[in-house]
Design a protein around this ligand. Structure first.
Ligand SMILES: [Zn+2]
Length: 134
């Protein structure tokens, strides 16, 4: 099996991951630079240290800024006429945990995520302000 055939929807976010599922992920070939690998990487990240993840994928995917378009898609940061809402919710749940982990909070994609969340929050505040004005 390779990364494109693997469905990370099966990985529980922030909960213990079954041994056989971990074995499956270890054994499959992972390119380390596609959307599928990134999704798997992010859903595993709350439960694994940075070193373990880098060892597993052969690269630090959270430092790969070339993956920002794929990242934005997974996190629901870009408008999409057919959003995969359950997946977006899972990715955001994982990212909220990762953003607070000392070994991951300074990674390029996590900093990007936090900045995007702040921008979105500020946008909502401004919108609310205008909605309130008479
Ligand atoms: Zn891949």
């Amino acid at each position: 099996m390779n990364c494109n055939d693997f469905n990370a929807d099966l990985i529980p976010v922030g909960e213990a991951i079954a041994e056989d599922l971990i074995e499956q992920i270890k054994e499959m070939s992972k390119c380390g630079h596609c959307a599928s690998c990134l999704y798997t990487y992010i859903t595993l990240a709350p439960q694994f240290s940075s070193e373990e993840l880098i060892q597993l994928f052969g690269t630090d995917m959270l430092e790969n800024t070339e993956l920002i378009p794929e990242f934005n898609e997974l996190a629901g940061l870009v408008s999409n006429p057919y959003p995969n809402r359950p997946r977006i919710a899972r990715v955001n749940k994982a990212l909220r945990v990762i953003s607070l982990q000392k070994d991951k909070e300074h990674k390029a994609l996590i900093k990007h995520y936090i900045n995007e969340c702040i921008k979105q929050y500020e946008g909502d505040m401004i919108e609310e302000y205008f909605n309130m004005s008479p």
